[in-house]
Design a protein around this ligand. Sequence first.
Ligand SMILES: *Cc1c(COP(=O)(O)O)cnc(C)c1O
Length: 393
Amino acid sequence: MSHVYFQSLEKAYEHIDNIALVNTAKVLKSMQKFRVSDSHFAGTTGYGYNDVGRDILDAIFADVFEAEDALVRVQFVNGTHAISCALRAVTQAGENPSYISLVGKPYDTLQGIMPFKHIDVTSDGSPDFEEIKKAVSDNKPRAVLIQRSRGYSTRKSLSIDVIKTLIDLVKDLSPETYVLVDNCYGEFVEELEPTAVGADLIAGSLIKNPGGGLAVTGGYVAGKKHLVEKAAEALTVPGIGRECGSSLGQNRLLYQGFFMAPHIVAQAVKTAVFAAAEMERRGYAVSPPSLEKRSDIIQSINFDDRVKLIKFVQGIQASSPVDAFAVPEPWAMPGYDDEVIMAAGTFIQGSSIELSCDAPMREPYCAYLQGGLTFEAGRLSIQAALRNAGIID
Ligand SMILES: *Cc1c(COP(=O)(O)O)cnc(C)c1O
Protein backbone atom coordinates (compact mmCIF):
# COMPACT_ATOMS: atom_id res chain seq x y z
CA MET A 1 0.00 0.00 0.00
CA SER A 2 1.62 3.20 -1.20
CA HIS A 3 1.55 6.29 0.99
CA VAL A 4 1.44 8.66 -1.95
CA TYR A 5 -1.61 7.92 -4.02
CA PHE A 6 -2.42 11.42 -5.27
CA GLN A 7 0.09 13.72 -6.94
CA SER A 8 -1.18 16.86 -5.23
CA LEU A 9 -3.72 18.12 -2.72
CA GLU A 10 -5.84 19.39 -5.60
CA LYS A 11 -5.99 15.85 -7.01
CA ALA A 12 -6.95 14.48 -3.61
CA TYR A 13 -9.78 17.04 -3.25
CA GLU A 14 -10.95 16.36 -6.80
CA HIS A 15 -11.09 12.63 -6.09
CA ILE A 16 -13.14 13.24 -2.93
CA ASP A 17 -15.60 15.45 -4.83
CA ASN A 18 -15.95 12.79 -7.52
CA ILE A 19 -16.85 10.17 -4.94
CA ALA A 20 -19.48 12.55 -3.54
CA LEU A 21 -20.87 12.96 -7.06
CA VAL A 22 -21.12 9.20 -7.63
CA ASN A 23 -22.72 8.58 -4.24
CA THR A 24 -25.13 11.52 -4.59
CA ALA A 25 -26.26 10.09 -7.93
CA LYS A 26 -26.99 6.76 -6.23
CA VAL A 27 -28.99 8.37 -3.43
CA LEU A 28 -30.97 10.55 -5.85
CA LYS A 29 -31.74 7.66 -8.15
CA SER A 30 -32.95 5.58 -5.23
CA MET A 31 -35.15 8.34 -3.81
CA GLN A 32 -36.72 8.76 -7.26
CA LYS A 33 -37.16 5.01 -7.72
CA PHE A 34 -39.01 4.73 -4.41
CA ARG A 35 -41.14 7.79 -5.27
CA VAL A 36 -40.24 9.68 -2.10
CA SER A 37 -42.84 12.31 -1.37
CA ASP A 38 -44.05 14.68 1.32
CA SER A 39 -46.31 12.03 2.81
CA HIS A 40 -43.28 9.92 3.78
CA PHE A 41 -42.11 12.61 6.17
CA ALA A 42 -45.24 12.51 8.34
CA GLY A 43 -44.34 9.47 10.42
CA THR A 44 -46.36 7.73 13.09
CA THR A 45 -46.84 7.72 16.86
CA GLY A 46 -47.42 5.01 19.44
CA TYR A 47 -46.69 1.51 18.19
CA GLY A 48 -45.66 2.83 14.82
CA TYR A 49 -47.50 0.28 12.69
CA ASN A 50 -47.49 0.98 8.95
CA ASP A 51 -44.96 3.77 9.07
CA VAL A 52 -44.58 4.00 5.30
CA GLY A 53 -41.89 6.69 5.43
CA ARG A 54 -39.81 4.60 7.81
CA ASP A 55 -40.21 1.45 5.72
CA ILE A 56 -39.36 3.22 2.44
CA LEU A 57 -36.23 4.69 4.03
CA ASP A 58 -35.19 1.14 4.97
CA ALA A 59 -35.58 0.20 1.30
CA ILE A 60 -33.54 3.23 0.18
CA PHE A 61 -30.64 2.45 2.54
CA ALA A 62 -30.68 -1.15 1.29
CA ASP A 63 -30.76 -0.04 -2.34
CA VAL A 64 -27.91 2.48 -2.01
CA PHE A 65 -25.76 0.08 0.02
CA GLU A 66 -26.53 -2.80 -2.41
CA ALA A 67 -27.95 -4.89 0.42
CA GLU A 68 -31.02 -7.15 0.45
CA ASP A 69 -32.55 -5.24 3.32
CA ALA A 70 -31.91 -2.54 5.92
CA LEU A 71 -33.27 -1.31 9.22
CA VAL A 72 -32.91 2.42 9.95
CA ARG A 73 -34.24 3.36 13.35
CA VAL A 74 -34.19 6.25 15.82
CA GLN A 75 -34.62 3.54 18.49
CA PHE A 76 -30.95 2.56 18.12
CA VAL A 77 -29.47 4.75 20.87
CA ASN A 78 -26.04 4.90 19.21
CA GLY A 79 -23.69 2.99 16.94
CA THR A 80 -22.74 0.55 19.67
CA HIS A 81 -26.40 -0.44 20.05
CA ALA A 82 -26.83 -1.02 16.30
CA ILE A 83 -23.64 -3.10 16.11
CA SER A 84 -24.69 -5.01 19.23
CA CYS A 85 -28.02 -5.97 17.58
CA ALA A 86 -26.10 -6.95 14.44
CA LEU A 87 -23.75 -9.08 16.54
CA ARG A 88 -26.72 -10.82 18.15
CA ALA A 89 -28.11 -11.51 14.68
CA VAL A 90 -25.00 -13.36 13.49
CA THR A 91 -24.04 -15.19 16.70
CA GLN A 92 -25.55 -17.80 19.02
CA ALA A 93 -26.07 -16.86 22.67
CA GLY A 94 -23.77 -18.76 25.03
CA GLU A 95 -21.04 -19.66 22.55
CA ASN A 96 -17.50 -18.80 23.62
CA PRO A 97 -15.99 -17.20 21.66
CA SER A 98 -19.10 -15.86 19.92
CA TYR A 99 -17.08 -14.42 17.06
CA ILE A 100 -13.56 -13.66 15.88
CA SER A 101 -12.52 -10.05 15.32
CA LEU A 102 -10.21 -10.27 12.30
CA VAL A 103 -8.30 -6.98 12.44
CA GLY A 104 -7.39 -6.26 16.03
CA LYS A 105 -9.81 -5.97 18.95
CA PRO A 106 -13.29 -4.56 18.34
CA TYR A 107 -14.06 -0.94 19.26
CA ASP A 108 -13.90 -0.33 23.05
CA THR A 109 -17.65 -0.15 23.62
CA LEU A 110 -18.18 -3.53 21.90
CA GLN A 111 -15.75 -5.51 24.00
CA GLY A 112 -18.14 -6.20 26.89
CA ILE A 113 -21.11 -7.35 24.81
CA MET A 114 -20.13 -11.00 24.28
CA PRO A 115 -16.96 -13.12 24.39
CA PHE A 116 -14.73 -12.86 21.33
CA LYS A 117 -11.32 -13.82 20.03
CA HIS A 118 -9.25 -11.40 18.05
CA ILE A 119 -6.32 -11.47 15.68
CA ASP A 120 -3.75 -8.74 16.10
CA VAL A 121 -2.66 -6.61 13.17
CA THR A 122 0.90 -6.90 11.87
CA SER A 123 3.61 -4.50 13.01
CA ASP A 124 2.78 -2.09 10.16
CA GLY A 125 -0.89 -2.00 11.10
CA SER A 126 -2.23 -4.28 8.34
CA PRO A 127 -4.45 -7.38 8.61
CA ASP A 128 -2.41 -10.49 9.44
CA PHE A 129 -3.65 -12.66 6.56
CA GLU A 130 -1.71 -15.77 7.63
CA GLU A 131 -3.14 -15.73 11.15
CA ILE A 132 -6.61 -14.93 9.84
CA LYS A 133 -6.46 -17.89 7.44
CA LYS A 134 -5.40 -20.19 10.21
CA ALA A 135 -8.04 -19.00 12.67
CA VAL A 136 -10.87 -19.23 10.14
CA SER A 137 -9.97 -22.65 8.73
CA ASP A 138 -9.26 -24.16 12.18
CA ASN A 139 -12.35 -22.78 13.92
CA LYS A 140 -14.92 -22.35 11.13
CA PRO A 141 -16.43 -19.64 13.36
CA ARG A 142 -20.12 -18.80 13.25
CA ALA A 143 -19.23 -15.15 12.71
CA VAL A 144 -16.31 -12.79 12.16
CA LEU A 145 -16.19 -9.03 12.72
CA ILE A 146 -14.28 -6.58 10.57
CA GLN A 147 -13.96 -2.96 11.70
CA ARG A 148 -13.58 -0.72 8.66
CA SER A 149 -12.38 2.40 10.44
CA ARG A 150 -9.15 2.68 12.36
CA GLY A 151 -11.25 3.82 15.33
CA TYR A 152 -8.97 5.19 18.02
CA SER A 153 -6.16 2.78 17.31
CA THR A 154 -2.93 3.20 15.41
CA ARG A 155 -3.80 0.70 12.70
CA LYS A 156 -4.87 1.70 9.20
CA SER A 157 -8.47 1.92 8.13
CA LEU A 158 -9.46 -0.83 5.70
CA SER A 159 -10.23 0.06 2.10
CA ILE A 160 -13.21 -1.61 0.43
CA ASP A 161 -10.68 -3.55 -1.68
CA VAL A 162 -9.02 -4.96 1.43
CA ILE A 163 -12.41 -5.69 3.01
CA LYS A 164 -13.38 -7.61 -0.15
CA THR A 165 -10.14 -9.60 0.02
CA LEU A 166 -10.86 -10.48 3.66
CA ILE A 167 -14.47 -11.47 2.93
CA ASP A 168 -13.44 -13.63 -0.06
CA LEU A 169 -10.81 -15.32 2.07
CA VAL A 170 -13.29 -16.10 4.87
CA LYS A 171 -16.01 -17.35 2.50
CA ASP A 172 -13.51 -19.49 0.65
CA LEU A 173 -12.28 -21.23 3.81
CA SER A 174 -15.61 -21.33 5.63
CA PRO A 175 -18.67 -20.55 3.47
CA GLU A 176 -21.09 -20.73 6.42
CA THR A 177 -19.31 -18.05 8.44
CA TYR A 178 -21.16 -14.72 8.64
CA VAL A 179 -19.12 -11.60 8.01
CA LEU A 180 -20.24 -8.52 9.97
CA VAL A 181 -18.61 -5.16 9.26
CA ASP A 182 -18.56 -2.31 11.77
CA ASN A 183 -19.04 0.42 9.16
CA CYS A 184 -18.83 3.42 11.54
CA TYR A 185 -17.07 6.44 9.99
CA GLY A 186 -16.82 4.65 6.64
CA GLU A 187 -20.12 5.34 4.85
CA PHE A 188 -19.72 7.24 1.56
CA VAL A 189 -15.96 7.67 1.91
CA GLU A 190 -15.58 5.30 -1.04
CA GLU A 191 -17.91 4.45 -3.91
CA LEU A 192 -18.99 1.13 -2.42
CA GLU A 193 -20.05 -0.10 1.00
CA PRO A 194 -19.01 -3.49 2.41
CA THR A 195 -22.43 -4.98 1.57
CA ALA A 196 -21.61 -4.44 -2.12
CA VAL A 197 -18.55 -6.69 -1.81
CA GLY A 198 -20.06 -9.59 0.10
CA ALA A 199 -20.50 -8.55 3.75
CA ASP A 200 -23.49 -10.35 5.26
CA LEU A 201 -24.34 -7.49 7.58
CA ILE A 202 -23.07 -3.96 8.31
CA ALA A 203 -24.03 -1.48 11.02
CA GLY A 204 -23.38 2.13 11.93
CA SER A 205 -24.52 5.32 13.63
CA LEU A 206 -26.76 8.04 12.21
CA ILE A 207 -24.93 10.79 14.12
CA LYS A 208 -21.91 9.92 12.03
CA ASN A 209 -21.67 9.75 8.21
CA PRO A 210 -25.07 8.51 6.95
CA GLY A 211 -27.11 10.99 9.02
CA GLY A 212 -25.57 13.83 7.03
CA GLY A 213 -25.35 16.04 10.12
CA LEU A 214 -29.16 16.30 10.27
CA ALA A 215 -30.22 13.05 11.97
CA VAL A 216 -30.59 13.78 15.68
CA THR A 217 -30.12 10.17 16.84
CA GLY A 218 -30.31 6.57 15.60
CA GLY A 219 -28.47 3.83 13.81
CA TYR A 220 -28.84 1.32 10.99
CA VAL A 221 -28.08 -2.23 10.00
CA ALA A 222 -28.07 -3.48 6.40
CA GLY A 223 -27.40 -6.81 4.74
CA LYS A 224 -28.97 -10.23 4.23
CA LYS A 225 -32.71 -10.18 4.77
CA HIS A 226 -32.89 -12.90 7.42
CA LEU A 227 -30.07 -11.28 9.40
CA VAL A 228 -31.71 -7.84 9.27
CA GLU A 229 -34.89 -9.49 10.60
CA LYS A 230 -32.90 -11.01 13.45
CA ALA A 231 -31.28 -7.67 14.23
CA ALA A 232 -34.78 -6.14 14.34
CA GLU A 233 -35.83 -8.81 16.83
CA ALA A 234 -32.77 -7.99 18.91
CA LEU A 235 -33.73 -4.30 18.82
CA THR A 236 -37.37 -4.90 19.86
CA VAL A 237 -38.56 -8.43 20.64
CA PRO A 238 -39.05 -11.69 18.73
CA GLY A 239 -42.48 -11.74 17.13
CA ILE A 240 -42.60 -7.96 16.77
CA GLY A 241 -39.23 -7.17 15.18
CA ARG A 242 -39.44 -4.27 12.76
CA GLU A 243 -43.23 -3.89 12.84
CA CYS A 244 -43.12 -1.56 15.87
CA GLY A 245 -41.09 1.58 16.45
CA SER A 246 -42.68 4.90 15.56
CA SER A 247 -40.46 7.38 13.79
CA LEU A 248 -41.22 10.21 16.25
CA GLY A 249 -41.45 12.87 13.59
CA GLN A 250 -37.86 12.31 12.48
CA ASN A 251 -38.45 10.89 8.99
CA ARG A 252 -37.87 14.12 7.08
CA LEU A 253 -34.54 14.72 8.83
CA LEU A 254 -33.42 11.14 8.18
CA TYR A 255 -34.27 11.40 4.47
CA GLN A 256 -32.73 14.83 4.10
CA GLY A 257 -29.69 13.76 6.09
CA PHE A 258 -29.16 10.72 3.87
CA PHE A 259 -29.51 12.97 0.82
CA MET A 260 -26.87 15.33 2.26
CA ALA A 261 -24.57 12.57 3.51
CA PRO A 262 -22.33 12.02 0.44
CA HIS A 263 -21.61 15.76 0.27
CA ILE A 264 -21.16 16.19 4.02
CA VAL A 265 -18.80 13.20 4.16
CA ALA A 266 -16.75 14.82 1.39
CA GLN A 267 -16.54 18.01 3.48
CA ALA A 268 -15.29 15.99 6.43
CA VAL A 269 -12.75 14.05 4.36
CA LYS A 270 -11.42 17.25 2.79
CA THR A 271 -11.09 18.78 6.26
CA ALA A 272 -9.06 15.73 7.33
CA VAL A 273 -6.82 15.98 4.25
CA PHE A 274 -6.32 19.70 4.87
CA ALA A 275 -5.39 19.06 8.51
CA ALA A 276 -2.92 16.35 7.46
CA ALA A 277 -1.28 18.62 4.89
CA GLU A 278 -0.99 21.55 7.30
CA MET A 279 0.64 19.36 9.95
CA GLU A 280 2.97 17.56 7.51
CA ARG A 281 4.27 20.90 6.24
CA ARG A 282 5.34 21.68 9.79
CA GLY A 283 7.03 18.38 10.36
CA TYR A 284 4.38 16.51 12.36
CA ALA A 285 3.69 12.83 11.83
CA VAL A 286 0.12 12.22 10.69
CA SER A 287 -1.90 9.17 9.77
CA PRO A 288 -3.06 8.80 7.10
CA PRO A 289 -0.75 11.12 5.11
CA SER A 290 -2.52 13.85 3.14
CA LEU A 291 -2.01 12.18 -0.25
CA GLU A 292 -3.14 8.68 0.71
CA LYS A 293 -6.49 7.22 -0.36
CA ARG A 294 -8.97 7.09 2.53
CA SER A 295 -11.65 4.75 3.77
CA ASP A 296 -12.83 6.64 6.85
CA ILE A 297 -13.03 10.23 8.10
CA ILE A 298 -10.49 9.99 10.93
CA GLN A 299 -7.22 11.90 10.96
CA SER A 300 -4.64 11.27 13.62
CA ILE A 301 -1.98 13.86 14.39
CA ASN A 302 1.06 13.13 16.47
CA PHE A 303 2.03 16.14 18.61
CA ASP A 304 4.70 14.55 20.78
CA ASP A 305 3.98 17.40 23.16
CA ARG A 306 1.32 17.54 25.87
CA VAL A 307 0.89 21.31 25.93
CA LYS A 308 0.65 21.72 22.15
CA LEU A 309 -1.90 18.93 21.99
CA ILE A 310 -4.09 20.54 24.68
CA LYS A 311 -3.84 23.95 23.02
CA PHE A 312 -4.73 22.47 19.64
CA VAL A 313 -7.85 20.74 21.00
CA GLN A 314 -8.88 23.92 22.85
CA GLY A 315 -8.40 25.85 19.60
CA ILE A 316 -10.78 23.48 17.79
CA GLN A 317 -13.40 24.04 20.51
CA ALA A 318 -12.94 27.82 20.49
CA SER A 319 -13.54 27.94 16.73
CA SER A 320 -16.74 25.83 16.83
CA PRO A 321 -20.21 27.20 16.10
CA VAL A 322 -21.59 25.84 19.40
CA ASP A 323 -20.07 26.10 22.91
CA ALA A 324 -17.12 28.04 21.54
CA PHE A 325 -16.77 29.72 24.95
CA ALA A 326 -16.15 26.39 26.73
CA VAL A 327 -12.54 25.40 27.42
CA PRO A 328 -12.01 21.63 27.37
CA GLU A 329 -9.55 20.17 29.88
CA PRO A 330 -8.16 16.64 30.20
CA TRP A 331 -10.38 14.60 32.54
CA ALA A 332 -10.67 11.05 33.82
CA MET A 333 -13.41 9.56 31.64
CA PRO A 334 -15.12 6.39 32.86
CA GLY A 335 -13.80 3.38 30.95
CA TYR A 336 -10.50 4.91 29.85
CA ASP A 337 -7.10 4.30 31.44
CA ASP A 338 -5.67 7.73 30.68
CA GLU A 339 -7.20 11.16 31.00
CA VAL A 340 -8.93 12.31 27.80
CA ILE A 341 -9.45 15.77 26.30
CA MET A 342 -12.30 16.35 23.85
CA ALA A 343 -13.44 19.20 21.65
CA ALA A 344 -16.99 18.90 20.35
CA GLY A 345 -18.74 22.19 19.64
CA THR A 346 -21.55 20.40 17.85
CA PHE A 347 -25.25 21.02 17.15
CA ILE A 348 -26.05 17.37 17.90
CA GLN A 349 -24.56 16.15 21.18
CA GLY A 350 -21.50 13.99 20.53
CA SER A 351 -22.02 14.03 16.77
CA SER A 352 -18.71 13.17 15.18
CA ILE A 353 -19.68 13.95 11.58
CA GLU A 354 -19.42 17.49 12.95
CA LEU A 355 -15.83 18.64 13.51
CA SER A 356 -14.58 17.13 16.73
CA CYS A 357 -11.25 16.18 18.19
CA ASP A 358 -10.22 13.95 21.08
CA ALA A 359 -7.03 12.70 22.57
CA PRO A 360 -5.92 10.39 25.36
CA MET A 361 -3.31 12.10 27.56
CA ARG A 362 -0.43 9.73 26.93
CA GLU A 363 2.61 9.57 24.74
CA PRO A 364 2.95 10.18 21.82
CA TYR A 365 0.23 12.79 22.46
CA CYS A 366 -1.83 11.94 19.46
CA ALA A 367 -5.04 13.76 18.54
CA TYR A 368 -7.87 12.12 16.60
CA LEU A 369 -9.73 14.60 14.47
CA GLN A 370 -12.89 13.85 12.53
CA GLY A 371 -15.89 15.45 10.89
CA GLY A 372 -16.64 18.87 9.49
CA LEU A 373 -20.04 19.88 8.10
CA THR A 374 -18.44 22.41 5.78
CA PHE A 375 -14.90 22.46 4.41
CA GLU A 376 -14.83 26.23 4.98
CA ALA A 377 -15.53 25.94 8.71
CA GLY A 378 -13.18 22.95 8.88
CA ARG A 379 -10.28 24.92 7.40
CA LEU A 380 -10.91 27.94 9.61
CA SER A 381 -11.02 25.72 12.65
CA ILE A 382 -7.76 23.88 11.83
CA GLN A 383 -6.00 27.20 11.27
CA ALA A 384 -7.37 28.62 14.52
CA ALA A 385 -6.21 25.52 16.38
CA LEU A 386 -2.72 25.77 14.86
CA ARG A 387 -2.52 29.41 15.95
CA ASN A 388 -3.75 28.56 19.43
CA ALA A 389 -1.05 25.90 19.71
CA GLY A 390 1.59 28.41 18.61
CA ILE A 391 2.38 26.31 15.52
CA ILE A 392 1.56 29.16 13.12
CA ASP A 393 1.31 32.93 13.65
C1 LIG B 1 -18.30 5.40 16.79
C2 LIG B 1 -17.92 4.00 16.59
C3 LIG B 1 -18.65 2.95 17.13
C4 LIG B 1 -19.90 3.15 17.92
O1 LIG B 1 -19.82 4.18 18.82
P1 LIG B 1 -21.06 4.96 19.40
O2 LIG B 1 -20.40 6.07 20.14
O3 LIG B 1 -21.81 4.03 20.27
O4 LIG B 1 -21.90 5.45 18.27
C5 LIG B 1 -18.22 1.66 16.88
N1 LIG B 1 -17.15 1.42 16.14
C6 LIG B 1 -16.42 2.40 15.59
C7 LIG B 1 -15.22 2.07 14.76
C8 LIG B 1 -16.78 3.73 15.80
O5 LIG B 1 -16.07 4.71 15.23
